[in-house]
Design a protein around this ligand. Structure first.
Ligand SMILES: Nc1ncnc2c1ncn2[C@@H]1O[C@H](COP(=O)(O)OP(=O)(O)OP(=O)(O)O)[C@@H](O)[C@H]1O
Ligand SMILES: [Mg+2]
Length: 248
């Protein structure tokens, strides 16, 4: 049975799609079977982050409406063995929680992890999908507006009874920390009352890869190394904290 992990945020643009795609590829590199589901209905991006934009034929809306079988809609990644994408719909469609639960059950049988790339905000989109997840990663950037919105999102996840909510701090930057224009890891954890699962450094290669439609994990950049570390931790490996001295 798969573990269903929601990748969520309060504020938009914190890096949910980036983290979902990188983690999905990194887990595949760890020989795990991963289904990445783009739940940002109507605003799909995850296919681009995975380098699959040109190959999308069916989407999660086709599956939820019963038009297409799940297996047909799943886009198997040609480079990352074990990774499949269920793309988002091009337009928002009515959402049926029972059908979504059934989809999660079906995916759970064939994969080790199901990663749900959530829409931004704490509205109906997040509330609809959150109950399907056992665990959530709240992707937060270390600035005050984002932390405030993450606190609101954490409340929504608690209401949805997601049992394990952990923080992924994205775009951490040692120079900004030194200049005190960014929150430290400890301060961010204290502010949110959440335990940290991982850190991803600020890295210009992220937007370059996104714009070019190249999976981040094929760039060898430092953000990719950070995502690989998070995947290893998820797989139960011991990970050294050496590179994070100075961030706390
Ligand atoms: N670690 C990083 N370093 C530099 N840029 C980053 C990093 N993470 C994300 N970005 C950039 O931030 C922007 C938003 O990223 P992304 O689309 O992954 O966020 P999102 O939370 O999924 O957004 P939305 O709420 O719109 O779905 C992108 O341009 C991406 O390249
Ligand atoms: Mg996104």
């Amino acid at each position: 049975m798969a573990e269903v992990i929601l990748i969520a945020s309060g504020k938009g643009g914190t890096g949910k799609t980036t983290v979902t795609a990188a983690l999905a590829c990194a887990l595949a590199d760890e020989d795990r079977r991963v289904a990445a589901v783009d739940c940002d209905f109507g605003l799909r991006n995850l296919d681009i982050a995975l380098g699959l934009a040109e190959q999308v034929v069916f989407d999660v809306g086709d599956v939820l409406s019963g038009r297409v079988e799940t297996e047909r809609a799943l886009l198997r990644h040609p480079e990352f063995r074990g990774l499949a994408l269920l793309p988002s719909t091009a337009a928002a469609e009515p959402f049926d929680p029972a059908r979504f639960d059934a989809l999660m059950d079906e995916l759970s049988l064939g994969f080790d992890y199901v990663l749900l790339d959530a829409p931004a905000g704490i509205g109906s989109g997040l509330r609809a999908i959150a109950p399907a997840a056992e665990r959530a990663f709240l992707v937060t950037t270390p600035d005050t507006p984002c932390l405030r919105d993450s606190a609101a999102a954490a409340d929504v996840l608690a209401e949805a009874r997601v049992s394990d909510v952990r923080l992924i701090l994205n775009r951490v930057d040692r120079r900004r920390l030194k200049r005190k224009t960014s929150w430290s890891v400890d301060a961010a954890m204290d502010e949110l009352g959440l335990r940290l699962f991982g850190l991803v450094r600020e890295d210009p290669a992220v937007s370059d890869a996104f714009s070019a439609g190249i999976p981040l994990m094929r760039t060898g950049c430092r953000a990719a190394a950070d995502a690989a570390e998070i995947a290893a931790r998820l797989c139960g490996k011991r990970v050294s904290n050496a590179r994070w001295v100075g961030y706390y």
